[in-house]
Design a binder for this molecule. Structure first.
Ligand code: HEM
Ligand SMILES: *[C@@H]1O[C@H](CO)[C@@H](O)[C@H](O)[C@H]1NC(C)=O
Ligand SMILES: *[C@@H]1O[C@H](CO)[C@@H](O)[C@H](O)[C@H]1NC(C)=O
Ligand SMILES: *[C@@H]1O[C@H](CO)[C@@H](O)[C@H](O)[C@H]1NC(C)=O
Length: 321
């Protein structure tokens, strides 16, 4: 009986946790590869010197890595895998328009492999590079818990599990809670939109045929909506048309929250943060305190980047071992 119960419990565990979380710690590579973090920081810095768009790209790449797949392999560097044979990988999936700068991770990995082969996971390199990207942009810095393993599965068909910019608050809440993240995490992490660029396709729903009674989303500031319409006309043919999300600076700061209050944020999913009293209060708090935002962002980043479930340390971030 005890054996049967034990078998039952263990099989239940196996089914409910198909990819057990990796045990993370701050000193994970202290003995095995103490030089890794400095290599990553240098790689991010050098890449940013020649391309100012790198930090935004790496922060978003890490977010996508952690979020694709609700069954929680989480931050497992699946976003870095190349398509092989008939399998189209995540990075070649539909919402990939702004994913770029993969080379920064591959460069860092090559240098780290030369120093300590087979030790440092691609998922850890990406988590550290995201941290460095925020710090390098003038935002907060923090110690990243390490020990993530890399996953062996990457499917373009699963990128539809990403939250969409057209989502309302209840859809966003659901998407975050499926990954063990709260409404507080949602508001704080959305502050990542202080960096980077959005293409017209990501906000066109708000400026053309919004609904049957309004052509433009009335929650958009009118003159801001007009400027978006001129950047993104209905018959827009420019593939790369769009705008930076925080036009005032490339600094990682709390301007994103000020823009939401001014009704000048780009996505429905940004504006949606004003549609519940709890999230609205947080937006106001972060808009008036850079310090409160930084503190909350760090806490939620550590939480998001601890969603793990990979199985190996890849030798080459492009392909499984
Ligand atoms: C809450 C749900 C989220 C939605 C619906 C969302 C959606 C989007 C969309 C549509 C874009 C623009 C893509 C394009 O048009 O090129 C974007 C860009 C970006 N997102 Fe998010 N995002 C979310 C959360 C996050 C989080 C949690 C982070 C990081 C902490 C983040 C960081 C970024 C960054 C840095 C960019 C700019 C990328 C670049 O310029 O290369 N986003 N996001
Ligand atoms: C995005 O996906 C398309 C196919 O959907 C692919 O051709 C393209 O290479 C991908 N872009 C990146 C940056 O991976
Ligand atoms: C959010 O969107 C979903 C799907 O379109 C819809 O079912 C739901 O009623 C919406 N919620 C709110 C509060 O508007
Ligand atoms: C269109 O959107 C506005 C603002 O959200 C809303 O007040 C209006 O009722 C909507 N119209 C329809 C037909 O849904």
């Amino acid at each position: 009986m005890a054996i049967i119960t034990a078998l039952l419990i263990s099989s239940l565990l196996i089914f409910s946790v198909p990819f057990p979380a990796n045990a993370l710690s701050l000193n994970y590579y202290d003995e095995t590869c103490p030089g890794a973090e400095a290599i990553i920081t240098k790689a991010v810095k050098e890449a940013t010197t020649s391309d100012k768009k790198v930090p935004a790209a790496l922060l978003r790449m890490h977010f996508h890595d952690c979020f694709i797949r609700v069954d929680n392999q989480g931050c497992d560097a699946s976003i870095l895998l190349s398509s092989v044979g008939k399998n189209t990988a995540e990075k070649d999936g539909p919402p990939n328009v702004s994913l770029h700068a993969f080379y920064v991770i591959h460069d860092a990995k090559k240098q780290i492999e030369a120093l300590c082969p087979g030790v440092v996971s691609c998922a850890d390199i990406l988590a550290l590079a995201a941290r460095d990207s925020v710090a390098l942009s003038g935002g907060p810095t923090w110690d990243v818990p390490k020990g993530r393993k890399d996953g062996r599965i990457s499917k373009a068909s699963e990128t539809i599990q990403m939250p969409a910019p057209t989502f309302n608050l209840s859809q966003l809440q659901q998407s975050f809670s499926q990954r063990g993240l709260s409404m507080d995490d949602l508001v704080a992490l959305s502050g990542g939109h202080t960096l980077g660029f959005a293409h017209c396709s990501s906000f066109r729903n708000r400026i053309h045929f919004f609904n049957t009674t309004h052509d433009i989303d009335p929650s958009l500031h009118p003159s801001f909506a007009a400027s978006l319409k001129s950047i993104c006309p209905i018959n827009n043919k420019m593939k790369n048309a769009g705008t930076t999300m925080d036009p005032s600076s490339t600094t990682f700061d709390n301007t994103y929250f000020k823009l939401i209050l001014q009704r000048k944020s780009l996505f429905s999913s940004d504006q949606a943060l004003l549609t519940s009293p709890k999230t609205k209060d947080l937006v106001s708090k972060f808009a008036s305190s850079q310090k409160a935002f930084s503190k909350a962002f760090v806490k939620s980043m550590i939480k998001m980047s601890s969603i793990t479930g990979g199985q190996e340390v890849r030798k080459d971030c492009n392909m499984v071992n």
